[in-house]
Design a binder for this molecule. Structure first.
Ligand code: ARG
Ligand code: ZN
Length: 863
């Protein structure tokens, strides 16, 4: 069935109190739940209460202390008939966590028991109104065999613990903050903690723990939790300073688990994390991994206010908590790592993950209107575009008014299940801005295109802007949206501009006049990437070279470099250039790259960003029907050209960066970034010479950043260096699953011509398993993101991915469905491949017993 946003109705009952009793066991867990329920005066009166269930074995039902048979099953749901206004409902169920391969609800992971309830996993633990607008206060008693499960954790504060007979023990937990069921969590296992404390701004002492498995092959992970702990403290302090938000319990627990469908989960007082976003030390994690840990820790922590204290009324409002929280974590990371580079990274993610959603069959607004399976809507659109939409409000009103709007939102809706509309209204009232037209950003899908032209006449510069919001599935016609664009007009000679300004394009077309320009200025537009749109303009190459070399807005500088390369490659791919035009295009890219390599005022971290070529996905986005092998070939050819013409500069850069001592400060991190970037160009220009250089970097590496960077380059090359490095890396990290994931992903993503054969062999490797989402993603997301392998013209790549989806779907539908979108791109690929992609989607659609998750994605992709 399709669930629609417009069909929302409040639940007929309130559940002020929930008591849960768990008899925990890996194969059999007994759950007794006691719900105090009362009629919801704000809803229509109903003779029944519907309690959602999924894969539960019902043991007994009592109402007000008496066994009852006035219940029935409606599908998976339990429907109870009730006559009074207030009741106590007691339900006993049994579940088998060891059989739970979906990793939703209560499941076993390496002998530990843990939960994932968002979005609809709580119904796999007990019968309950499993919807985010039913808030309840939870008291939980956990009992288990002490030797097997010495640590028993749940939400809130621990109120009692003790030993029982037969080697069993118990713990009782109480969470004073009413919460929806998706924020429930429980963990039981043999765990060890990195413990510390934080004093909040009002003087509350909070105990902090980061828990990992105590016993582990190759030693405990405890030593790798320090960065996570530090990140947590920084997040707590930053949220106090920046948003005035303080933590509200005496305890904050984080548990790392190795089998997890997503990145992490913000359960109240008990975050559960994918180990990938907890464990980090310089031997096993790259600088980027360290940043990802910091960002995800912050994200889950920030959810305590944007998500938990104020939650979502229904799942259509998901961006209310996710978009806002992503923005909050982005702003935090900007403050920690530097604004310019972080902004570029975030835009790169938006363009590579969200733009394809917006331009494909799965396009949806940040607040969707309908779904079959909500798990399919934890998307880059809801998360990352959602963050961009709120960022636009911030850009329009400024940080101070934005803070006032946030304050009002937190104040007005604390303790509620709110809507995106509530947020927008709080912003209007608190920040003092009219967002009537801006609301379209919540309801319209598709990346707006903005055509830009600058004319010059006399002393007047005229900027013409025109927006089009493309049609998307179910939304053929669109209204113009307010698009805030920060601009500056540079005087070419002096390299100066007369100040930035923010213009808001709020109609389909607009003309703006600027006086006092005796020469035609150079336009810098969408500075800082103020709006998540695609700017379309034909800027003369020399202007792009100028901006790439000297725009004072770092993002705009990056953008000019990207535009220079994109416009060149798109023209080459469109076969519209003469040989001499191709040479001129390449020459200007080499010139811009030379300026980047030699600009001493630039720090290496930014240099590394400027050095990156636009991804093949982003290039394909610029074309109506892309030919992936040609994109790949032309992009590689350009890389080789640049590498050849600047070989000496890249070698010097690599040598200089190699001489920087391996520490964790910004300069050293920057050096590591450009080091590997330099290798990438050198490998394209001179594979044999670079194999030796990369192998030397690999062997000398004192950290994972250098080691992985070198190995990434080596996997794309042939020769003994490749073989030896891969073997050495494997042997060294055999017992470290997260590093072995890297070993899989590097080979799956590699430029090596036989990458597909490597993927097929790796699928049979003893370390490969469909049961671990990280491992599956490493191999197959790597593969699906490797155009030259995945898009092999005979369609074998598509068949491999479809086979994976069919094999994974019965085990873990949520993760299986995430592999459908790469096949869903068929409309934007040349006809030969498109037909093969479609055929694979049809083959999946025809399979029996397909999950709701995969069914929805496949049918939407077929259109
Ligand atoms: N709320 C979590 C986060 O943003 C994501 C959990 C999503 N889980 C899921 N099964 N869809 O950090
Ligand atoms: Zn989140």
């Amino acid at each position: 069935p399709v669930i629609r946003r417009e069909d929302y109705t409040p639940f007929a009952w309130m559940v002020p109190e929930t008591r849960l009793h768990f008899d925990l066991g890996l194969e059999a867990t007994r759950v007794v739940s006691t719900l105090t329920i009362a009629r919801n005066s704000k809803a229509d009166r109903s003779p029944t209460i519907r309690l959602n269930g999924d894969a539960l074995e019902l043991v007994s039902v009592c109402v007000d202390g008496e066994p009852t048979d006035s219940w029935s099953m409606d599908g998976d749901d339990l429907v109870l008939s009730l006559s009074g206004d207030v009741h106590q409902v007691e339900i006993a169920t049994q579940i088998d966590p060891s059989a739970n391969s979906q990793l939703m609800g209560l499941y076993g992971s390496n002998g530990m028991l843990c939960t994932q309830c968002e979005a609809e996993g709580f119904r796999r633990i007990t019968f309950f109104p499993d919807r985010p607008d039913v808030l309840s206060t939870y008291s939980v008693r956990m009992e288990a065999v002490k030797a097997q499960f010495p640590i028993l954790l749940c939400n809130g504060n621990k109120v009692e613990e003790g030993d029982l007979e037969d080697g069993r023990h118990f713990a009782e937990w109480h969470d004073p903050w009413p919460k929806p069921s998706y924020l429930f969590a429980l963990v039981a296992g043999d765990l060890a903690a990195n413990s510390s404390a934080f004093t909040t701004m009002s003087g509350r002492e909070v105990e902090l723990n980061v828990w990992v498995r105590a016993q582990k092959e190759g030693g405990s992970d405890l030593a790798r939790t320090e960065h996570a702990m530090e990140s947590l403290k920084k997040s707590m302090q930053w949220d106090e300073e920046t948003f005035g938000r303080e933590y509200d319990l005496d305890l904050y627990n984080i548990v790392a688990v190795s089998d997890f469908n997503m990145g992490a989960m913000e359960n109240k007082g008990l975050n559960v994390f994918n180990t990938k976003y907890i464990l980090a030390d310089s031997d096993t994690a790259t600088d980027a991994d360290f940043d990802a840990v910091e960002g995800v820790i912050a994200h889950e922590y920030f959810h305590n206010w944007s998500g938990n204290r104020i939650t979502c009324r229904d799942w259509f409002q998901l961006s209310l908590k996710e978009g806002f929280t992503v923005l909050r974590d982005q702003l935090f990371s900007q403050d920690m790592q530097g604004e310019a580079v972080k902004r570029i990274e975030d835009v790169r993610i938006l363009r590579s993950a969200q733009f394809p959603e917006d331009s494909g069959p799965l396009a949806h607004p940040i607040r969707p209107d309908s779904y079959r399976e909500i798990s399919n809507f934890y998307t880059a659109t809801v998360y990352n575009k959602g963050a961009e939409v709120i960022r636009m409000i911030r850009s329009m009103v400024g940080p101070q008014a934005f803070r006032a709007g946030c304050d009002l939102y937190f104040d007005r809706h604390d303790g509620e299940a709110a809507t995106c509309e509530d947020f927008v209204r709080a912003m209007e009232d608190g920040a003092g801005i009219d967002l009537q037209q801006f609301r379209l950003w919540y309801s319209q899908a598709g990346t707006p295109k903005v055509d830009v032209a600058l004319e010059h006449d006399g002393s007047t510069a005229t900027l013409s802007l025109k927006q089009t919001v493309p049609a998307t599935p179910g939304q053929p016609a669109k209204h113009p949206m307010p698009i805030p664009l920060k601009i500056a007009l540079f005087d070419r000679e002096s390299g100066q501009h007369g100040g930035e300004q923010l213009v808001v394009l709020d109609s389909s077309e607009k003309e703006l006049r600027f006086e006092g320009f005796s020469r035609k200025p150079v336009l810098s537009i969408n500075r800082g990437y103020t709006a998540p749109v695609a700017i379309q303009r034909s800027t003369p190459r020399d202007e792009l070279v100028f901006l790439a070399a000297q725009d004072d807005d770092s993002f705009a500088r990056y953008e000019a470099m990207q535009e220079l390369v994109v416009s060149h490659l798109v023209a080459v791919l469109g076969d519209s250039l003469t040989d001499s035009e191709i040479d001129a295009g390449r020459a200007s890219i080499v010139e811009a790259m030379r300026a980047i390599l030699t600009d001493n005022a630039l720090d290496d971290s930014m240099r590394g960003e400027l050095m990156m070529l636009p991804s093949q996905t982003y290039l394909a986005e610029q074309m109506l029907a892309a030919d992936p092998s040609r994109i790949h070939a032309e992009r590689e050819a350009l890389k080789a050209w640049v590498g050849t013409h600047l070989q000496q500069q890249f070698e010097e850069l690599h040598d200089r960066a190699t001489a920087v001592p391996a520490t964790f400060d910004a300069a050293s991190r920057g050096a590591r970034k450009v080091k590997t970037q330099a290798l990438v160009y050198l490998a394209a220009a001179d594979p044999d010479g670079t194999a030796k250089r990369a192998f030397a970097q690999f062997n000398a590496a004192q950290n994972m950043t250098d080691r992985q960077g070198a190995l990434m380059v080596l996997t794309g090359l042939d020769g003994v260096e490749r073989t030896n490095a891969l073997l050495d890396f494997y042997n060294r990290y055999q017992n470290n699953a997260l590093v072995i994931d890297k070993w899989f992903v590097l080979q799956a993503l590699s430029l090596h011509p036989n990458a597909m054969e490597h993927v097929k062999a790796l699928a049979k490797h003893p370390d490969f398993t469909l049961r671990n989402p990280n491992r599956v993603r490493s191999l197959y997301m790597g593969f699906a993101g490797n155009p030259h392998a995945f898009h092999q013209a005979d369609g074998e790549g598509y068949r491999i991915l479809a086979d994976l989806i069919l094999a994974l779907d019965p085990i873990n539908p949520q993760t299986a469905a995430r592999f459908v979108p790469p096949l869903g791109r068929w409309r934007r690929i040349e006809p030969g491949r498109a037909a093969l992609m479609r055929a694979e989607l049809e083959r999946i659609a025809a399979a029996e017993n397909l999950s709701r998750d995969t069914f929805e994605q496949v049918t939407r992709s077929l259109g």
